[in-house]
Design a protein around this ligand. Structure first.
Ligand code: ZN
Ligand code: ZN
Length: 421
């Protein structure tokens, strides 16, 4: 037995003991999850959520500080000398109108937990409770970090800027998880670049307004925008090597008010995903060149404005940390429940917690889809149509076994890094 298999087996034994407490809190955690799902809050406005997190974490035995980085909450379990293990859950929801029809669907019009962060919160609360009750088994410090505003890529930065590590200690490892559209019960992490870097840009194209009947008096920003959108599609197809990955999406295009008015300007919002610095630099340069080029071709008198809305760095899972963490989880839930999700084009700001302290990160995915429905869709080749993914108004993780799997994974992962007593 190699040392890492040995430690994974030992961590798994400790985890199995700690997880005996799960039966007693499963119903309570499911109720917490449904309550959070019914009351989603947007980035940096997670006031009710944060209050609920603080109340529960305190009740579960943590030392709790609210208001870290805005609406962030830190729940500490200090249990003697040993490693500091940061376990993170994001807490914000999205501007999506829920269409799941569930009993616990959102009660707030236009806001929905469409990314499953309510599941992340419930799982971390459960893991903290189990770790608190199993203090006799481990030593070290668990830093439960409930992070706001992941969806806008600013929450992790806000907590770090608010002195997260100076106030609560610098971690030795950063752990966390995201629920995704694959079978509930499954867990997996991809070592290396795992989540894409994302850049969001706002582009304003300036034309010259005129009456719709007199195009000769205008520089039409609508045509300029249409042409820009089409030309942007050639970045990935014509400029990025076939073996590299990038995504360039124009998610918003707005101009004008009325059929017979040529407007003054048009606004585009772009989302860009890349996995390497070189590809990112190349794509951003191409966007700038195309936007400025199209404006020049159209005869625009004013240069377009290009501003950054958000920027997420690539999330890199440390190879050794991922092997250690996944070995422990696999020993508890079974190797047949483990998968390698590969790199995903989604983005995450959890990586900042690792890069800020220069410590390894292991961030894994766990499934939320009904395994039977998933199996049928996979057999029929209709996964994209039948399994709603994150940010869809139909995204609805199956409460169980998703919750049990998420609590199990977090608890086991933390114990794989804490010292055994
Ligand atoms: Zn999301
Ligand atoms: Zn998310």
């Amino acid at each position: 037995m190699s040392p890492s298999t040995h430690s994974a087996a030992a961590a798994a034994d400790t985890a199995r003991t700690a997880l005996r407490g799960l039966d007693a809190i499963r119903a309570e955690l499911a109720a917490i999850y449904r309550d959070l799902h019914a009351h989603p809050e947007l980035s940096f406005a997670e006031h009710r959520t944060a209050a609920e997190v603080a109340r529960r974490a305190r009740e579960y035995g943590c030392e709790v500080t609210a208001g870290v980085g805005g609406t962030g909450v830190v729940a500490v379990l200090a249990n003697g000398p040993g490693p500091v293990v940061l376990v993170r859950a994001d807490i914000d929801a999205l501007p999506v109108t829920e269409q799941t029809g569930l009993d616990h669907a959102s009660t707030t019009e236009g806001v929905m937990h469409a990314c499953g962060h309510d599941m992340h919160v419930s799982c971390l609360l459960g893991a903290l409770k189990l770790l608190a009750d199993a203090r006799a088994l481990w030593s070290g410090t668990v830093l439960g970090v409930f992070q706001p505003a992941e969806e806008v890529g600013r929450g992790a930065r806000a907590m770090l800027d608010d002195g997260l590590y100076e106030r609560f200690g610098t971690p030795d490892v950063v752990l966390g998880q995201h629920v995704g559209p694959f079978p509930a019960g499954m867990v997996g992490a991809h070592a290396g670049p795992a989540f894409a870097g994302a850049d969001a840009l706002k582009v304003v194209l300036y034309g010259k307004g005129a009456h719709g009947s007199r195009p000769e008096a205008s520089v039409d920003p609508v045509v300029m925008a249409a042409s820009t959108v089409l030309r942007l599609q050639t970045i990935v197809s014509r400029e990025i090597p076939a073996g590299e990955t990038a995504v360039v999406t124009v998610g918003a295009l707005n101009a004008g008010t009325k059929d017979n008015i040529i407007p003054e300007e048009a606004e585009l919002k772009l989302n860009i995903r890349t996995y390497t610095k070189d590809v990112r630099t190349k794509v951003l340069a191409a966007v700038e060149r195309i936007v400025r080029g199209e404006a020049a071709v159209a005869g625009a008198e004013r240069e377009p404005d290009i501003t950054e809305i958000a920027s997420f760095p690539v999330l890199v899972n440390d190879g050794a940390a991922t092997a250690r963490t996944m070995a422990a989880i696999g020993a508890v839930i079974g190797a047949h429940q483990m998968l390698d999700p590969g790199p995903v084009t989604g983005s995450e700001d959890v990586g900042l917690f690792g890069t800020h302290a220069e410590v390894p990160v292991c961030y894994w995915l766990f499934g939320g889809a009904d395994p039977a429905v998933y199996g049928a869709a996979a057999a029929a080749g209709t996964l994209d149509e039948d399994i709603p993914s994150n940010h869809s108004p139909f995204f609805a993780p199956l409460v169980e076994p998703t919750l049990t799997t998420g609590v199990t994974a977090l608890t086991t992962a933390a114990l794989a890094w804490l010292d055994a007593r």
